[in-house]
Design a protein around this ligand. Structure first.
Ligand SMILES: Cc1cc2nc3c(=O)[nH]c(=O)nc-3n(C[C@H](O)[C@H](O)[C@H](O)COP(=O)(O)OP(=O)(O)OC[C@H]3O[C@@H](n4cnc5c(N)ncnc54)[C@H](O)[C@@H]3O)c2cc1C
Length: 472
């Protein structure tokens, strides 16, 4: 084998073939740029977290039968800012909000099929029929028809720069060895966060983060972040935090996929000592599931029980089926005492907690689609909405904990998806989209917005990288 590293040329090199990378590549291709997608996974595992996800996309919409409240752009923007406690980059969020509805139309034009009438609360959303797998498969097929080369089992390793600091390509490791891919328009980093990198997790997220359920792709090991930081890119956003969800604690520890309980707000969280410890009804679950999952992980042993009575299941079995995403069966018993015994919780304490909770419930109209204000009164930990007594057997419980989906820390970027240097100047030829873009999420997350932001900034990055090439 010759010892020189072979080179190939293109206009736009996209690192990562999830929603962000695919959106970038399709946009660059449509603009006439010769585009290459570099994907670390084998073809059968392509698509990253995007393929493993439900891939729900939330966007501003007029009220209709499925979303009685509707959602204006201003509502969307305000909710986004609220969950980050005002810290998210307003300019980036504004771009996401302004482009959200257009992204859904664009994906539809590319052939993405959607589930019909997806019931929802707090914001209109679409879910691809067949979830994220169908979404990415449709986009890959579009790229393939357009003649774009996807290099599978090829890991981007190092950004190549010229003397001016411009990124002119990327060194990749293929099964045969290294190749330098020269990209005249630019390189787009779209290869996920560091959720699957145990060393980076411990370094940035904490000493026990070696042992956490990984929900998504094993290939998102922070390579894009590492490569960009090595050439002076500015880190931005909350490097010490991450996305999680209220998961069945019996989920497989690795690439477990969607095993979440998405209806926890209609039940109670009970800890191992039989006590409530969270205001389950604080807000719509879209606004609370990430922070609650982390609160559970940080509480006592890190596992709690999401307890329901039969009302929640039997009143709307369709919603129950959609919202309980684990394939594991719940623990089920005809009395709280028997349920506690199954859960190995002190029965008298759990009985007391639920008796006190039931007694604190007030009369009022229950409405799971609204913040109904049906709250408990006088408890140390009240439930602010959807507080109805647990009084209808059988009683059900799922053991719940958190897991890691993606990391919040990223690169500083402008609204054209260009990456900034620590000196403050733009790094010419370098773009970022999706998980490795910083400043979108802090502390918490707003449901159904990560696929969206990947598509929005992927399109923007693809557009600008292609235009940079065409302008030469
Ligand atoms: C179980 C689950 C459910 C979810 N549900 C939703 C939801 O309903 N709605 C929502 O908005 N979000 C959801 N998310 C989050 C969302 O799916 C992701 O954050 C988003 O899809 C990430 O898109 P991306 O393109 O940035 O990254 P990814 O889709 O993860 O793509 C990154 C790609 O880069 C590749 N890669 C990594 N390193 C390299 C390298 N060195 N060289 C080349 N390629 C590399 C990976 O193989 C991967 O294909 C969910 C995630 C999971 C895991």
């Amino acid at each position: 084998m010759p010892n020189t590293i072979p080179e190939i040329d293109c206009d736009v090199a996209v690192i990562g073939g999830g929603i962000a990378g695919l959106s970038a590549a399709i946009t660059a291709m449509h603009a006439g740029a010769e585009t290459i997608v570099i994907e670390k996974a084998p073809k059968l595992q392509r698509g990253g977290n995007s393929a493993i996800a439900d891939a729900q996309i939330r966007y501003p919409h007029e009220p209709d039968a499925y979303c009685p409240t509707g959602q204006t752009k201003e509502d969307f923007f305000a909710a986004f800012m609220k969950v980050s406690r005002g810290r998210a980059n307003k300019d980036l969020i504004r771009v996401v909000v302004e482009n959200a509805a257009d992204v859904v139309d664009w994906l539809s034009e590319l052939g993405v099929q959607w589930e019909k009438g997806y019931p929802n609360v707090a914001g209109y959303r679409r879910q691809p029929l067949g979830g994220g797998w169908q979404l990415v498969d449709t986009l890959y097929k579009h790229l393939e028809r357009g003649g774009v080369h996807v290099a599978y089992e090829t890991a981007a390793e190092q950004l190549l720069t010229d003397r001016s600091g411009r990124v002119v390509g990327v060194r990749v490791l293929e099964p045969e060895g290294y190749t330098d891919i020269k990209a005249r328009g630019g390189v787009i980093i779209a290869c996920g966060g560091f959720e699957a990198n145990v060393e980076m997790r411990v370094r940035y997220l904490g000493r026990f983060m070696d042992n956490i359920i990984l929900r998504g792709s094993r290939y998102n090991t922070g390579d894009g972040l590492r490569m960009a930081l090595a050439i002076g890119a500015q880190p931005a956003g909350q490097w010490g935090d991450f996305h999680s969800a209220v998961l069945d604690a019996r989920s497989t520890p690795f690439e477990c996929g969607v095993t979440a309980i998405y209806i926890f707000q209609l039940g109670l969280f009970i800890d191992e000592d039989g006590e409530r410890f969270l205001d389950e009804g604080e807000d719509f679950r879209d606004q609370t599931y990430v922070k609650f999952s982390k609160a559970i992980m940080n509480h006592k042993s890190g596992v709690a029980f999401n307890v329901f009575d039969d009302k929640v299941r039997s009143e709307d079995p369709e919603v129950w089926k959609r919202a309980i995403r684990t394939s594991e069966e719940p623990y089920e018993a005809h009395s709280i005492r028997d349920l506690a015994a199954l859960l190995q919780i002190p029965p008298e304490r759990m009985e007391r907690a639920i008796r006190e909770y039931n007694a604190a419930c007030q009369s009022g109209v229950f409405d799971p689609l609204q913040l109904d204000g049906l709250s408990t009164k006088g408890l140390a930990v009240n439930k602010t909405n959807w507080a109805r007594p647990l009084d209808t057997p059988p009683f059900l419980a799922y053991p719940v904990t958190g897991g890691i989906t993606f990391t919040f820390g990223g690169l500083k970027a402008n609204t054209d998806a260009q990456v900034l240097h620590t000196s403050g100047r733009i790094i010419p030829g370098l773009y970022v989209a999706g998980e490795p873009m910083g400043e979108l999420y802090y502390y918490n997350y707003m449901g159904a917005t990560s696929v969206l932001r990947g598509a929005v900034f992927g399109r923007i990055a693809g557009h600008h990288a292609a235009q940079a090439r065409l302008a030469q």
